[in-house]
Write a protein that binds this ligand. Structure first.
Ligand SMILES: [Zn+2]
Length: 238
């Protein structure tokens, strides 16, 4: 069965588009992002709007590697490329050593509307179950990993031997959003990706290492002070 593909490539503009951006049917001027077959835009039915391959151009043998999730990644690339701002949550980090009564909470990054100067996608998308965008923020580069659950997302994003600041965006809320709407998928995605904080979390910011070091030093000092106190107590008892 054909997947209900939410996005296609508009040939004249070379953009990834949603159905509401183009005329209905074969007149949509779009091809499949994944196999290049001309598409038709399906709207106005009981289903949510979607693209499908023009039936006359594909037979049962036609193989197309389209998937819903990969369509989403392609549209995410368009949205992130056309914007220069993204809303991000704050990054709060807590170190805790309850045995020594030590606890330190810090906000490494405030909640903000982050402006970026440029963006690149360092990987070829077709073989990945996730996508990565590198945002040039001026003083640093932020790696943004888009995932649909289920993959390990390490702290820093290591790129060309540099540990980059890293935000992970969980894309499953987009799937849910699509289930509840029939149209307007680009705009829905745009507001979730650029304006909402839902599903977004920091996993690394370069200053956290210095914080971790200073907490470790406090912890070691506490351990030593405690040991010294214990020694003195033992000496007094003897
Ligand atoms: Zn296709």
């Amino acid at each position: 069965m054909d997947v209900l593909i939410p996005f296609a490539k508009h040939v004249a503009t070379n953009r990834v588009v949603s159905v509401d951006e183009v005329p209905r049917g074969n007149a949509c001027g779009c091809v499949c992002i994944f196999c290049d077959v001309p598409m038709q835009a399906r709207k106005g039915g009981i289903n949510r709007e979607h693209f499908s391959h023009q039936p006359r151009l594909v037979d049962d043998e036609h193989y197309c590697p389209a998937s819903f999730q990969r369509s989403i990644f392609w549209m995410a690339r368009r949205i992130l490329s056309e914007s220069r701002e993204i809303s991000l949550p704050s990054y709060d980090l807590t170190f805790d050593e309850p045995h020594y009564g030590l606890r330190q909470s810090s906000t490494l990054v405030d909640e903000q509307r982050l402006k970026y100067d440029s963006i690149i996608f360092p990987y070829f998308l077709s073989n990945l179950a996730y996508d990565v965008a590198l945002l040039n923020v001026g003083e640093y580069t932020l790696a943004v990993t888009l995932v649909f659950g289920g993959i390990d997302t390490p702290g820093a994003f290591v790129y060309q031997e540099q540990a980059l600041a890293h935000v992970v965006i969980e894309m499953r809320p987009i799937e849910l959003l699509f289930d509840n709407h029939k149209t307007g998928f680009r705009l829905l995605m745009e507001s979730l990706l650029l304006s909402s904080l839902e599903g977004k979390r920091w996993t690394y910011y370069p200053t956290q290492e210095a914080l971790a070091e200073s907490f470790k030093a406090k912890f070691e000092a506490a351990v030593q002070a405690f040991a010294k106190q214990e020694n003195e107590r033992t000496r007094r008892l003897n």
